[in-house]
Design a binder for this molecule. Structure first.
Ligand code: 13P
Ligand code: SF4
Length: 323
């Protein structure tokens, strides 16, 4: 149970009142500070958050996560106000490839299709054929009709996908998430030696030799549901540290150990910044329409290839807020 200060309790009340009066939806990523969960309409992984954003009839969406996630919501919701409470909340992985670099990469492999992990900028998505998330990367790569796939920007997720889709040639971009990439197989083996009955669950941004030791590899929400459904009671959780805390909170009868690192960008959002976001309607995420149109197509492809029942707004009938 999260212990909340008087100040936090007051903020929670104020945020709930503002949500009601402004018809606002608060989406929160699994890695965020536990006190921010208290004002969430939905807590989830990148795909779940996108799906919730796409189906909402709220006027304002407060996307409590990092920049690329709010940008994704802004792409899916061009007629709504999408707010990122802390404008500096970025993602080191998403900065590891630029649109220019991707154009050059593509030029070297003219017959390849490009699958772009959602942890990337809108400009990079605009240069890709399909977006994927950690929960559908294998499905999207398998279904995209190219024998050769350039997978950007995460080399670890690319290696994981390549193993599941051996019929295709997967050419990775050499980016990585510094938070996950620092988790080592030795650390995991030591944790396993101390807890021999524990199941090891890992995020696919971890290095290949770490994933080989894991019993389950899944998105953050996939890791939670694996632990929920499993008859086992002990787990070693390999990802950002906030996830194991969430599991401890939600599953008090199970035991969670973790080999993890902190993503400081995911911790930048606080109850104060969510409150300020709602009061001042800041910081609105806007994507230039020529980029948004092409990046939205990459999202549309992801939804089509994975049969997600989401229809993005018709490109011709858009009344866009983006300049
Ligand atoms: P999920 O989509 O699995 O939540 O992953 C997002 C992320 O940033 C992992 O580091
Ligand atoms: Fe980006 Fe890694 Fe942080 Fe996820 S954990 S937001 S991939 S830096």
């Amino acid at each position: 149970m999260t212990t909340l200060t008087t100040h936090q309790l007051e903020l929670i009340e104020k945020i709930r009142a503002l949500k009601a009066s402004k018809n606002a939806l608060v989406l929160v990523h699994n890695y965020l500070r536990p006190e921010v969960y208290e004002v969430a309409d939905y807590i989830g992984d990148s795909l779940g958050l996108c799906e919730k954003a796409a189906e909402t009839d709220a006027d304002i969406v407060v996307f409590s996560a990092v920049h690329f996630m709010a940008e994704s919501a802004a792409l899916l919701l061009p007629t709504k106000k999408v707010l990122l409470p802390d404008y500096d909340a970025g993602c080191a992985l998403s900065d590891m490839i630029t649109a220019e670099q991707l154009r050059e990469f593509r030029a070297q492999y003219p017959k390849a299709g490009v699958v772009c992990y959602i942890n990337s900028t809108a400009e990079v998505k605009a240069e890709s054929d399909a977006v994927c998330t950690s929960s559908n990367a294998v499905e999207v790569t398998r279904a995209l009709p190219y024998d050769q796939i350039l997978f950007v920007p995460d080399k670890n997720l690319a290696a994981f996908v390549a193993k599941q889709v051996p019929e295709k040639e997967i050419i990775p971009w050499m980016g990585y998430c510094p938070i996950h990439h620092r988790i080592t197989a030795d650390q995991v083996r030591r944790a396993k030696a101390e807890n021999p009955n524990a199941k090891v669950i890992a995020h696919p941004e971890c290095p290949e030799d770490v994933l080989m030791i894991a019993d389950e590899v899944a998105s953050t929400s996939g890791m939670i549901s694996y632990a929920e459904k499993s008859p086992e009671t002990e787990f070693i959780v390999l990802t950002e540290c906030g996830l194991a805390q969430r599991m401890v909170r939600d599953m008090p009868n199970k035991k969670f150990m973790s080999v993890c690192n902190l993503c400081y960008d995911m911790k930048k959002t606080t109850l104060d910044s969510v409150y300020e976001a709602l009061v001042n309607e800041q910081y609105e995420i806007k994507i230039p329409e020529p980029i948004a149109i092409r990046a939205r197509e990459s999202f549309r492809k992801m939804f089509a290839l994975t049969s997600v029942p989401i229809s993005l707004p018709s490109l011709t009938s858009l009344t866009s807020r983006h300049g």
